[in-house]
Design a protein around this ligand. Structure first.
Ligand SMILES: [Fe+2]
Length: 274
């Protein structure tokens, strides 16, 4: 039987700027993480350091970001074979921000911006808040939606975000329980409802310690969701960089339950699950 090749995987959410945030501690850790991704078939990575919206006008912050970026690029030139690095940020929405003219705020200089809410909390005004970003001319990508705590089983707000023009990102590690049972369950619900636009690693540069996005690709294929795996990990991330509309990802059909199947598959592979 012919097995289709793994498509070029793209990771748009990673904390690999050396010694900048709670990601890579130094250049060595950053490059080791990127080499792992490259070995897994990842062709493009967007570095998305944590930034507070309230600090985005601070030139000292940008001096630090730029220095860390330059260090990473110089180191990568020596060590990385063909991986393309893109700039971006993960913006904590602790303040209203409408000026996204600085290219490094956007993913690969596209019109998409990666954002997260404060303290993993969903405020009632979240759809309106995200709509202000859309009205400012950017495409908000809401990071790791499965990790928020405020749904209380009512997920309709995700549809409101999507209707407002928000792109929905889930962390690949959530499919493996890396962030606990609730995140795994919520990631499963969103995949089953076809609400997830793409997956990303959100790696904090702990080489060998987190399931990579390749693990997520393989697990989805193993679960019978090859089409979704390609859309979530290759096609749609590419379309973010190209400023093209997202392709609708069909619901990942529950057989015995995606979560159970993923865990079964991982156990079969003797993956260590925390
Ligand atoms: Fe992140």
């Amino acid at each position: 039987m012919n097995v289709p090749p793994v498509p070029p995987l793209i990771d748009l959410h990673s904390h690999v700027l050396p010694a900048f945030d709670d990601g890579a501690a130094d250049l060595e850790e950053a490059l080791a993480t990127l080499e792992d991704l490259e070995a897994d078939g990842v062709v493009s990575v967007c570095a998305t350091p944590h930034l507070r919206a309230s600090a985005i006008a601070d030139p000292e912050v940008w001096a630090r970001v730029d220095r860390a970026w330059d260090t990473l690029v110089a180191g990568g030139r020596e060590r990385l074979r063909s991986l393309s690095l893109y700039r971006g940020c993960e913006i904590l929405l602790d303040d209203l921000i409408t000026d996204f003219s600085r290219p490094a705020l956007r993913l690969g200089e596209s019109r998409s911006v990666l954002v997260e809410f404060v303290a993993f909390t969903i405020l009632p005004e979240s759809p309106a808040l995200l709509k202000t970003l859309v009205d400012a001319g950017v495409r908000p990508v809401l990071a790791h939606v499965e990790r928020y705590l405020g749904y209380r089983g009512r997920y309709e707000v995700v549809e409101q975000w999507r209707r407002a023009g928000v792109v929905i990102q889930v962390n690949s590690g959530s499919l493996f329980g890396e962030y606990g049972d609730l995140a795994l369950r919520q990631a499963t619900v969103f995949l089953e409802r076809g609400w997830v636009d793409f997956l990303a690693s959100d790696t904090h540069a702990r080489p060998g310690r987190s399931p990579s996005i390749r693990s997520a690709y393989d697990a989805l294929v193993e679960s019978g969701a090859r089409e979704q795996a390609e859309l979530l990990l290759s096609v749609n991330p590419r379309r973010i960089l190209e400023d093209r509309p997202m392709v609708v990802v069909p619901p990942v059909v529950r057989r015995r339950g995606l979560a159970e199947r993923l865990l079964e598959w991982l156990r079969a592979c003797q993956w260590r699950i925390a």
